[in-house]
Design a protein around this ligand. Structure first.
Ligand code: C5P
Length: 227
């Protein structure tokens, strides 16, 4: 497959992450989880005792932590100031704070620049890359030849998220996840700086009736059709 950027956007629980990793592994592409980058900066802010609702302080500190992100689809890792945070960034505390941090323009400016650098470097090496997030098709890689926007019903997304959280060893109920996702969706879609929206040229895929293999097949079909 030609070395291209595959943009995968959508809300949490749409199945983006597991599908993006599998598609990357199948195509022999790298994989960039931009949500993990917003989570990692949030983890650092919390560790420093920063009030994440204080946008001015968050913005002023956005350039401080040193982020290193791995792009191996089979073992995605991320570290902050040398600490591997791949596990703690999935926890409840970070999840509750990440939307506030990612709404701060200075945070987005820094991470989007990093993401564009990683993408350019990967393409230069003759490698393709699957990039997943909220603003990939609109802001990070508007020239991506393949853009997917994944959605699912609120119920399907809440039960997928519940399973993910339970897998990390924390407690979760479906109704709690419903409320948490509705809150995050509202914040992510209403923020002024690159809100979650479907790019006009993105292919909308409702994953509600599909299992993971079905979604992977639909995405691969779209790649095949585009190239
Ligand atoms: O994808 P994930 O659920 O891990 O993303 C966590 C949060 O990071 C999102 O709720 C959103 O606030 C933020 N995010 C973002 N832009 C991206 C990816 C994630 O604002 N490209």
């Amino acid at each position: 497959t030609a070395p291209i950027v595959l943009a995968m956007d959508g809300p949490s629980g749409s199945g983006k992450s597991s599908v993006s990793r599998e598609v990357a592994a199948t195509l022999g592409f790298r994989y960039l989880d931009t949500g993990a980058m917003y989570r990692a900066i949030t983890w650092w802010m919390l560790r420093e005792g920063v009030d994440v609702d204080d946008a001015e302080t968050v913005g002023a500190l956005a350039g401080k932590p040193e982020l290193l992100i791995g792009t191996d689809p089979t073992a995605p890792t991320i570290s902050v100031d040398g600490t591997d945070v791949s596990a703690p960034i999935r926890g409840r505390e970070v999840t509750g704070a990440v939307s506030a941090v990612s709404a701060v323009p200075a945070v987005r400016a820094r991470l989007v620049a990093m993401q564009q650098q990683i993408i350019a470097g990967t393409l230069e090496q003759g490698q393709g890359i699957v990039v997943e997030g909220r603003d990939i098709g609109t802001v990070v890689a508007p020239e991506a030849p393949v853009k997917m926007f994944l959605t699912a019903s609120a119920d399907a997304r809440a039960s997928r998220r519940t399973r993910e959280v339970l897998d990390t060893g924390e407690n979760a109920t479906v109704s709690e996840m419903h409320a948490d996702m509705a809150r995050r969706d509202r914040l992510d879609s209403s923020r002024a700086a690159s809100p979650l929206t479907q790019a006009p040229d993105a292919v909308l895929l409702d994953t509600t009736p599909l299992d993971k293999d079905g979604v992977v097949a639909a995405v691969l079909e779209q790649v095949r059709r585009t190239l």
